[in-house]
Design a protein around this ligand. Sequence first.
Ligand code: SF4
Length: 265
Amino acid sequence: MSMEARELSGSDRPSAFARGSIHSIETMGTVDGPGIRFVVFCQGCPMRCAYCHNPDTWRVDSGASVTVEHLVEEFESNRSFYKTGGITVSGGEPLLQPDFVGDLFGAMHDSPSGRVHTCLDSCGYAYDPRRPDRFEHLFDECDLVLLDIKHADPEEHRSLCGCDMDSILAFGEELSRRKIATVIRHVIVPGLTDTVEECTRVGRLIASWRNVVGLELLAYHTLGVSKYEQLGIPYRLAGVPQMDSRHLPELRRAVLRGMKEGRAG
Ligand code: SF4
């Protein structure tokens, strides 16, 4: 069950924590981290991935302002559902609001009812390697990161997502240095990221990261296309078919092979 941001905008009480700007929450999330999860979708994303199925999260000025306390109350009211899961903050891009996400995760860790597992679902682009101090609190409170690697080639990355990949790689390296468990996600799009060569390159790119605990290859789908029509935004992948998931095992093996090759030197 999801709740839109407008339903959440009633939390105007003073707070000891940083406030957040969010798009919506999902109370029974099953795809963003282990177990059943309470998922908070942040508002605002600086990337423009051609296949994004949440373009309604892009604008930074249209979210609902919420307190950490409000989200903790929402979580606690259904705590029994999340015994094997926890909380995930997704987006949009959560790294645009590191104080809010760090405070929310800290509150979940310190819950009087028991520590809650925390998971950050991020594209990494909003990380600023010149200001690691801004992210210190968030790093400290993060149990697991789901990190998207969109493309292994810098030019293709720019074309696919409208931005460079330097800060994304710097974020991955910092997670590795801090030994924060990380699952790498890679969306497989026909004609763009679906070759053995590309997937092998992704593997080489992440080979030196010693914190990678999982790898998820996600088949491109077209479920979000109607949102583009509603928002009046041109959909850049019009005509690209959905990815046939039968190819995913072979491409997954290619990523793993690239990691092995990269580690062998
Ligand atoms: S990083 Fe995520 S939310 Fe942002 S444009 Fe890409 S897919 Fe969409």
